[in-house]
Design a protein around this ligand. Sequence first.
Ligand code: LMR
Length: 337
Amino acid sequence: MPIMRLFAVLIICSLAFSQPLMAKEIVIKFSHVTTEKTPKGKAAKYLQELVTQRLKGKVRVDVYPNSQLYNDKEVLKALLLGDIQLAAPSLSKFGKYTKKWGLFDLPFLFKDADAVACFTNGAKGQALLGAASDKGLKGLGYWLNGMKQLSANKPLITPDNAKGEKFRIMSSDVLEAQFKAVGANPQKMSFSEVYNALSTGVIDGQENTWSNIRTKKFFEVQSDFTESNHGVLEYVLVTSTEFWNSLPKDIQTELSAIIKEVTLKETQWALEAARADKEFIIASGRTNIHSLTDAQAAQWVAAMKPVWKQFEDNVGADNIKAVLQCSQVNVVSNERE
Ligand code: LMR
């Protein structure tokens, strides 16, 4: 065999044999429901960026925002089937998998974002991250969105104003009880359907954060918002236990470090969005924004707080107690108020 042909054969053979030895790139599909401009949307992109920087050739993250791939109803099933590998749904959407995360929906339990950070970073919060592990869901970290506000096409100043109004809620029994407690009519609905349902009058009102209200344009189809801060919208970055366990140890370690870094940024973005998006909505002049006096706020608390007792066994009295302790502490300044 002429020498050149022999070389060519040798090269082809060595390529053919080396191919199976090269590890295949791991693809992580990350599906979520908000726009890329939200804290979650930015964090998902940042996660993708850091993985590209640090695990190039080994791991790749593909991000699908805005319910492009799956909506609320489908995303967790897709995760468990292995069709996607990452999601960050609100903790309100896991009722089928664990009742414990209903804690985050209890009205007026978390005083503010500081209280949320204090609880989620503490021992009880960290233990709670594993609440759905027996269902094959592994919590990798908590991501903040912010405090929720109420809206309708009428002012909601006292709980009486909400009577008979149809409010969209996430798929949470606690949120259902919260609205029933004020005589309203809660309707479970996917996030991707809310704008249309509001604009066509299928529902009268909703609750969400300033970030979601701005980026999904709810403020354009609701005449009145109440700055109620009555609950928190908190996410869990979640994967399937099966997928996580299939990853090599060094990849798990690097991914965990990246997630820690992204989580810190995500919190910052959420705090900024809560301020900036509220300002944007006020400046738009498209809707009325009402603040509550202490006496009015106390009426909402009195009407909704009985929900805590109703769900205490599900969410754990010890967890409620831990959140209440956190509600006294200012984590940012580390001072008691
Ligand atoms: C909602 O359904 O209102 C939110 O959970 C959407 C989101 O992911 O912020």
